[in-house]
Design a protein around this ligand. Structure first.
Ligand code: PEP
Length: 251
């Protein structure tokens, strides 16, 4: 059984004070959630978030990690730095990183390997642009992104990995893939993992989320699909009530 996992991606939002306020509201709202709950926060909020969720069922995540141990990489952050703050999950390869900050399949792979070696659990983002979708390239793009991201990852590390299928055209736009379309596209990713490793590995070990304008209104329908194991939530994770309603998608 793949346990559902709902993760918030705060992006570049929330000061320290706002972090405390949001999490003080969120903690009681999701205390009895069946799904695994994760919040991925900016570096400057990690310490505050860790304090606010201590002893609760909410897991702590970051939004990126560098592949090097340490050194001359101005503006980057290492796995050890995140681990020291209690971080467990880390988003890697978000489309905003790919689009605005030069993230490539190769750097995604390097970050994934380091995260796993250090004991962080990667949430690896994959997804096609609108142009790629209209050009009939969805499968090609997802097979490539998934295969490249997992290069060098051992079969026994697969249960530490979460993949987020995020069609780029659906992120922050209010446009959602239909539940059926998201399900069928996620099946392509799972099938790719089955071919790279084994069908049982893909079926039992890897959780695959949907991300892209997921909110309290569409979460139930999306989560009812057999291939969808959770959500990566941007905008709706910035309001405690909205995020809690996505987390508790069954009402
Ligand atoms: C995201 O950034 O991962 C995301 C899915 O954003 P939104 O929910 O706002 O579309």
């Amino acid at each position: 059984m793949r346990r559902p996992i709902i993760a918030g991606n705060w992006k570049m939002n929330n000061t320290k004070a706002q972090t405390y306020a949001l999490l003080n509201d969120l903690v009681p709202l999701v205390a009895d959630a069946e799904a695994e709950v994760v919040i991925c926060v900016p570096y400057t909020s990690i310490w505050a978030a860790g304090e606010a969720i201590k002893g609760t069922n909410i897991h702590l995540g970051a939004e990126n990690v560098h592949w090097a141990e340490k050194g001359a990489f101005t503006g980057e952050i290492s796995a050890d730095m995140l681990l020291e703050q209690g971080v467990e999950y880390v988003i890697i390869g978000h489309s905003e990183r790919r689009q605005y900050f030069g993230e490539t399949d190769e750097t995604v792979n390097k970050r994934v390997l380091t995260a796993l070696a250090k004991g962080l659990k990667p949430i690896i983002c994959v997804g096609e642009t609108l142009e790629e979708r209209e050009g009939g390239k969805v499968e090609e793009v997802l097979v490539r992104q998934t295969t490249e991201a997992l290069k060098g990852v051992d079969k026994d590390q697969l249960d530490k990995i979460v993949i987020a299928y995020e069609p780029v055209w659906a992120i922050g736009t209010g446009k959602t893939a239909t539940a059926q379309d998201a399900n069928d596209t996620i099946a392509i990713i799972r099938n790719t993992i089955a071919k790279l490793y084994c069908p049982k590995c893909a079926e039992e070990k890897v959780r695959i989320q949907y991300g892209g304008s997921m909110n309290p209104k569409n979460a139930k329908e999306l989560m009812a699909m057999p291939q969808i194991d959770g959500g990566l939530i941007g905008g709706a994770s910035l309001k405690a009530v909205d995020f809690s309603q996505v987390v508790k998608y069954n009402g």
